[in-house]
Design a binder for this molecule. Structure first.
Ligand code: NAD
Ligand code: GLY
Length: 383
């Protein structure tokens, strides 16, 4: 743990400007997160990466047609050969079979220890590519180029990589940091509205867990964000990355503080897995899960319900779900199902489910909760 890392206060007016860079401080594995428009085509965004004969771009069937050509052209000046590996699209493909496609490509392309792997896509591509890079030859360098809002503000930062197990989300993976994260805001122009909202869920998350001033700013600026106003987006992405960089610098391998980033995720992962991967988007499940976690905080820790209600209103304005689904037609069976899924959550210890809850607005902690209270929350927050 690096207890010296501090989070600078949020001052939106000081962030107005051109290219933003947030540094993630992990000693000799430190790296920059670069945030701007036009980065894919900008040679400066790729300067200084390790030289090698081969670069492999890993992307998917949707993103390849949108952005692979620009990236390939930008990298052609630095690498003799730039190959592209195209994965099937979707959370339901975040598994061993798809991971194997990346290894097959690396072997067939003759990749060596100096091959640099570029993850071009959303969190699914980023998580799988990072895991492949961690494993291939016991680790080759990789770069994250997140193209969804969710991946720019969360999944590309901090080195968590994984695939899903059929019975548990993100259960098989590794901590493996990228060399650099390049967030080109231009790529968000093509993102469908539902995916954009899903990304807002992870941005909104940073308020209740760490930064009430940022939450107030989001309340004031949510309409500009929904219309994808450049400067507003840039500030939201930068602040989210600053908070995530601070948490990861304090606790890279999640032995304490980093658990707060899972606010809403214990309930959310149950929704994603229980409804079948891909049916609820990760950000949608996290949105409904955060309402449940805030409701549990009211019941367990006496958090003022005003905060839960403010969270609900902001999520609604971001067009996100604020109630969980019933996982089974009968309410009682649905509650049982939630509990079953949550028992396999990675934070569970010795069979006890642990939740990230709010001790106060802007202060998250991890706690066990009596099953009766969890059931009350599930009954109140699912429809
Ligand atoms: P995703 O990767 O499935 O992308 C969402 C959809 O948008 C996909 O259909 C994708 O093909 C498409 N897409 C991507 N970029 C696009 C663009 N610029 N224009 C148009 N379409 C585009 O989903 P996501 O929300 O980016 O990521 C969710 C995943 O991230 C989940 O698997 C979740 O577990 C993981 N995650 C990981 C971390 C972490 O710390 N590693 C954190 C949060 C979430
Ligand atoms: N999104 C959770 C984490 O990075 O720890």
């Amino acid at each position: 743990m690096n207890s010296e890392a501090v989070l600078a206060p949020f001052v939106a007016s000081s962030m107005v400007g051109e290219r933003a860079q947030v540094n993630i401080d992990l000693g000799d594995r430190s790296y920059p997160i670069i945030i701007d428009r036009g980065l894919l085509q900008d040679p400066k965004a790729w300067d200084g990466l390790p030289p090698g004969h081969l670069a492999l771009i890993v992307t998917n069937t949707v993103v390849v047609d949108l952005y692979a050509a620009s990236l390939k052209q930008a990298l052609a000046s630095q690498y003799d050969r730039v190959e592209v590996c195209v994965l099937p699209d979707g959370e339901e493909h975040k598994n061993w079979q798809t991971l194997q496609m990346i290894f097959d490509h690396l072997v067939d392309d003759g990749a060596d220890r100096r091959t640099v792997v570029f993850a071009l896509g959303g969190g699914v591509v980023g998580d799988m590519t990072g895991f492949a890079a961690a494993c291939y030859m016991r680790g080759v360098p990789f770069v994250q180029i997140p193209t969804t809002l969710l991946s720019q503000v969360d999944s590309s930062v901090g080195g968590k990589t994984a695939i899903n197990h059929p019975r548990a989300k993100n259960m098989v993976g590794a901590f493996y940091q990228p060399l650099r994260v390049v967030c080109d805001l231009d790529t968000l122009d093509t993102l469908p509205a539902r995916e954009f909202s899903a990304g807002l869920a992870e941005i909104i998350k940073y308020g209740p867990i760490a930064d009430p001033v940022f939450f107030e700013w989001l309340e004031a600026n949510i309409d500009a964000l929904m219309s994808r106003h450049t400067q507003t987006l840039r500030i939201a992405v930068q602040r989210s990355c600053e908070i995530k960089a601070w948490v990861v610098a304090c606790d890279e391998r999640e032995s304490g503080l980093r658990e707060i980033l899972n606010f809403g995720h214990t309930f959310g992962h149950a929704i994603e897995a229980g409804m079948g991967y891909g049916n609820w988007l990760h950000g949608e499940a996290v949105a409904a899960g955060m309402v449940m976690a805030a409701d549990l905080s009211v019941r367990l820790l006496g958090l003022s319900s005003t905060y839960r209600d403010r969270l609900v209103r902001l999520l609604e304005r971001a067009q996100l779900p604020v109630q969980g689904p019933l996982l089974k037609p009968q309410r009682e069976q649905s509650v049982e199902d939630y509990l079953r899924w949550m028992r396999s959550d990675k934070k569970a210890l010795a069979g006890d489910i642990r939740f990230v809850v709010l001790a106060d607005w802007g202060k998250a902690i991890t706690r066990k909760a009596p099953e009766s209270l969890v059931c009350d929350t599930l009954n109140a927050c699912c429809a």
